[in-house]
Ligand binder design. Structure first.
Ligand code: ATP
Ligand code: DNN
Ligand code: MG
Length: 216
């Protein structure tokens, strides 16, 4: 498989739909999923079980987080509360068969260590990036700022995936001003389920097709 074997799924914010999109990609590509930095386990069960149940991936296609932290905060703050420091030596890409889908925590400028933001960690991994965006009002600004930060660091952006009520005008303006493309859309779902993930996964281009558009 190409794409240096994986993609990094980031978003313009927390709670934007990264986990849902990661489940869709995992289903579409029969991929392996990894959430390296999981926080918030005091209030939720975490993204790995969600992706497992939505995509149908068994435990052998879910890599456990490198850090599993309790507080619903950015990794730096959550680690501080537990007297921990995140060791970048533990944040290395696992070797897997097929494609690896890596999900960030929050958006790009989220602190991981005193000397590292999420986007710095992404730069170390150097995987092509998929940016999950809210579909509606306010997203153009968040999305264009995120794209600018990614490009400034030389990260390869495969495109964006809007989640929520369809908004073709926003897609058009982001494609134009962000010089990128909408990879597929996740409509506003009445119920997030394995069946809806399966249905949307049929619209997902293959990794090779995503890369072809980049190199053109
Ligand atoms: N298009 C959509 N339709 C309906 N519900 C959605 C949609 N997109 C996201 N959601 C719901 O919104 C919530 C937040 O989405 P999700 O968990 O994917 O966010 P996230 O970006 O992964 O957040 P985090 O930074 O915590 O990892 C979830 O309950 C998810 O099911
Ligand atoms: C707990 C939550 N679900 C995420 N995993 C962490 C989001 C951190 C966001 C920090 C911020 O941008 O202010
Ligand atoms: Mg998530």
């Amino acid at each position: 498989m190409s794409m240096r074997n994986g993609v990094f799924v980031t978003g313009t914010d927390t709670e934007i739909g990264k986990t849902l999109v990661s489940a869709i990609l995992t289903k579409a590509w029969h991929a392996t999923y990894w959430k390296p930095l999981q926080t918030g386990l005091s209030t939720e069960s975490g993204d790995s079980p969600t992706v497992a149940s939505l995509s149908g991936a068994k435990a052998d296609r879910i890599i456990p987080p490198a850090y599993a932290l309790q507080a619903p905060l950015a990794p730096l703050a959550a680690a501080d509360l537990e007297g921990q420091t995140i060791n970048p030596g533990r944040l290395v890409l696992p070797h897997v068969q097929g494609t690896l889908v890596v999900e960030g925590a929050g958006g790009l400028m989220v602190p991981v260590r005193e000397d590292m933001l999420m986007i710095d960690f992404m730069t170390r991994l150097d995987l092509p990036v998929i940016l999950v965006t809210r579909s509606g009002l306010g997203t153009i600004n968040h999305t264009l700022l995120s794209l600018e930060a990614l490009r400034k660091r030389g990260l390869q952006v495969l495109g964006f995936v809007p989640s929520g009520a369809e908004n073709p005008r926003n897609v058009r303006d982001i494609e134009r001003f962000g010089k990128t493309r909408c990879l597929f859309e996740v409509p506003k779902l009445r119920r997030v389920s394995a069946a809806s993930v399966e249905r949307i996964s049929r619209n997902v281009p293959s990794p090779d097709v995503m890369l072809q558009h980049i190199s053109q």
